[in-house]
Design a protein around this ligand. Sequence first.
Ligand SMILES: [Ca+2]
Length: 203
Amino acid sequence: MIMTSSKKDIERDVSIRPKEFNLRGRNYFFSGHVPAHSRQKLDWLDARNVCREYCMDLVSMETQEENNMIFRLIQSQNVPYIWTSGRLCDFKGCENRRDLEPKSLYGWFWSANREKMAPTNQLPAGWGFNPWSQTGHKKLRQPDNAEFDINGTNESCLAVLNNVYEDGIAWHDVACYHEKPFVCEDSDELLNYVASTNRGIRL
Ligand SMILES: [Ca+2]
């Protein structure tokens, strides 16, 4: 789409991307607060693609500060759950990566920037708590890949759930086909690409 649009189209599309709130220079929006998406619940990949049309991506919470911001949004707006860009590296290209084993501990990354997450059973560096829930469908700490036991589908995507298991707001591995609202965050990669190919563009 970007390749065939005129510069004016790109300028309009990208500069009017929803900017609901921001942190350290990056813009974010919650789909439920944007008229064009307010009723949308999408599977993980479709949600990601909506974000990318705005030169954004699903949100990645690399820091506790950023995570707190997302948790506050979920709490204050009573959001039941959202998709993030978190993904388990269990697809083609992830085989033969001994550094990712066992996957449930070492296999998670932020797909927006391909940054690896801390091992799921450890405090992420600089954090005061582990954001993964201590419980879930099987009453086990997350990630638990619980749906695999039910219908053979892996729980390969990271959702933040709001007290679904009486566990407060916490991270859960969830099967990617489930349809949820989502939070988008500016993508440095996509914005830099647009900037580098459209001199003088205002983003
Ligand atoms: Ca789970």
